[in-house]
Design a protein around this ligand. Structure first.
Ligand SMILES: NC(=O)c1ccc[n+]([C@@H]2O[C@H](COP(=O)([O-])OP(=O)(O)OC[C@H]3O[C@@H](n4cnc5c(N)ncnc54)[C@H](OP(=O)(O)O)[C@@H]3O)[C@@H](O)[C@H]2O)c1
Length: 364
């Protein structure tokens, strides 16, 4: 079977090349399926892989491809990807149009799938697709994995690591809105940090109790008060750059030290954990260590978290995603685009803005 795939290549001489190329998928093996991709969201992780921080201001169309220079730092850090055409598109949904001998029952089924979803079709092991609930459209199921499973994993990780409340940054994101709904349903205290007054109103309308605006003059005090009110000792930070992560740990320490009976220059014995799970701000992270010595800062990737949580927890989480696909885990898209539009500079610029409520959906 013939298909088309989007490929992102960073060349040794420092340019990004985006192309849409024909590929021959061949016949599916006995336990494989071919999925016609009908809807795939453009998530921040896809933008990062697809564009590799290329300078879109200097992008140009060349023979049906899009080319743009990438900063020298990128070719150093991602030496492993140089000159390789990589498939992009972390998740999506579509219909099984062909299947191997053992998977014939899947033909015609609407499924969610992962990896290389910016394509017309994908050939995948049947075990890698997930049947969507009856009546769900491809658009309903397009964002079935990345944000829902990550948001659910935050709560599971909180329980597994002995915390009782969560602080979350860039909280008006698509993922953040899911987390608000999960935490309300599961009665998990949640401190949402956003950066604009409109986002405060947006999350309040979803039922969030603690929503702090980092641009407000009172933010530092509000953060300490919200940490005290919730008892949060765990934070998930999507921003990464700047001072906010350290400021959250500092607020946790201020609250923890209130209950210390005797002074210690090592700080409180309460463990404070900050997980950085995104890079919305690519500036360096600044950590002024004002919070004693009982803390950790770690990177957080959903796949690693799922492996740690184990197959039973993961199965429970994905069953919940499917049950609540159009409620808790509904995603909203600001624009629907065709695959070919991912080679248009203007479309890419708008996708790359990662603004609240501005998620793009690639549709067949
Ligand atoms: N590690 C993992 O396994 C994993 C898994 C899933 C998602 N993620 C990460 O989760 C994050 C959210 O994903 P999403 O799809 O939900 O995003 P999204 O819907 O595109 O929303 C992005 C949000 O981030 C805010 N934002 C952008 N740049 C910012 C900055 N420099 N400082 C503060 N806020 C900023 C935007 O607010 P404005 O409107 O104010 O710009 C918007 O609310 C992304 O960083 C993504 O990479 C990580």
């Amino acid at each position: 079977m013939k298909a088309h795939e989007l490929h992102s290549t960073v060349t040794t001489d420092g340019s990004l090349r985006l192309t849409i190329d024909p590929v021959d998928l061949g016949e599916p093996g006995p336990d494989e399926v071919i999925v016609r991709i009908e809807a795939a969201p453009v998530n921040p992780t896809d933008i990062f892989l697809m564009l590799s921080m290329a300078d879109l201001a200097q992008a140009r169309a060349v023979d049906g491809a899009l080319e743009a220079p990438v900063p020298p730092g990128v070719t150093k850090v991602f030496a492993g990807r140089l000159d390789q055409p990589l498939v992009v598109g972390s998740e999506g949904a579509g219909t099984v149009v062909a299947a191997g001998a053992n998977q014939q029952a899947l033909i015609g089924k609407r499924v969610g799938a992962n990896g290389g979803m910016f394509a017309s079709h994908r050939k995948l092991p049947a075990s890698h697709v997930r049947e969507l609930p009856a009546g769900a459209s491809a658009e309903d199921g397009a964002s079935w994995f990345v944000n829902p499973m990550t948001a659910l994993s935050f709560v599971e990780t909180m329980r597994a690591e002995g915390h009782t409340a969560i602080v979350h940054t860039a909280a008006a994101s698509n993922l953040g809105q899911m987390l608000v709904k999960i935490c309300a349903a599961d009665r998990v205290p949640l401190v949402n940090i956003v950066r604009r007054p409109a986002q405060v109103a947006q999350l309040r309308a979803l039922g969030a109790e603690h929503v702090l605006d980092s641009s407000a003059e009172s933010f530092g005090r509000d953060l300490v008060d919200a940490v005290a009110a919730t008892g949060a000792t765990l934070a998930f930070d999507a921003i990464g750059g700047g001072v906010l992560g350290a400021q959250i740990l500092d607020a946790m320490e201020r609250v923890a030290s209130r209950s210390m009976k005797t002074f210690s220059h090592y700080g409180s014995s309460t463990h404070k954990q900050l997980y950085v799970y995104g890079g919305l701000d690519r500036a360096p992270m600044q950590v002024a260590r004002t919070f004693g010595l009982t803390w950790s800062i770690g990177g957080y990737l959903v796949m690693t978290a799922l492996r740690k949580l184990g197959p039973e927890v993961m199965a429970r989480m994905s069953a919940r995603v499917m049950r609540e696909l159009t409620t808790t885990f509904a995603s909203h898209y600001s624009e629907r685009i065709a695959l070919a539009q991912l080679l248009e500079v203007e479309t890419l610029r708008r996708c790359a803005a990662t603004a609240t409520g501005e998620k793009f959906l690639v549709v067949a």
